[in-house]
Structures are given as structure tokens and as C-alpha cells.
Design a protein. Sequence first.
Length: 101
Amino acid sequence: MDKFLEALFRGALVYMTLLLVLIFAILTISTGYLSLKNRTFRRVVLVADGEIIHKNLHALGLDETFVWETIQDLGMEDLSQIDVLEMSEDGSIYLNKKKNL
């Protein structure tokens, strides 16, 4: 009888260990997925309605030179042509031109 209880205890211990490892793996993967998913939607507005948003530039450690170089790279010459210029956390740029030009 003692051997039976010992075997039962070992089996339960193995089962609980595997269950804890599985729960840890699921939580780790889901947490990583959610943090990546949230990052794809975060954008910082650099230009709004043709005006540079200086506080956002400074928060990112950037200056006006970055904005001017970026809009020139995108084929724009003037801030007044821009409705919104945003930068995501991965460095990608989103530009929305004004429609009434």
C-alpha cells in the first residue's frame, strides 16, 4: 500500500509540474503577443494641420531637422500640405496629405 501511495504521489507531482510549466508558457506567450499587438497601434503625432508638435519631437529626442528631412524624403516641400505626420514606435512614418490643395 505504501508503494501505491508513493507512486500516486510521484504521478501527481509530475502532473502538477507539467501543468505549471504549461500555464507559465501560455502566460508568457500571451503576454508577449499582447505587448506586440499594442505596439503596432501606437503612433506619435509629429505634425498636425501643418504645425510641428515640438513637445512630441522632444519626447522622442528628435528635432525639426528630422521633420524637414522626412517630409522631403516623402516628396513634400511645405508643412502646409500636411494634415498629419505620425511616427510609430518601430520608426515607420505615416503621412496624410491635406485634400484641399
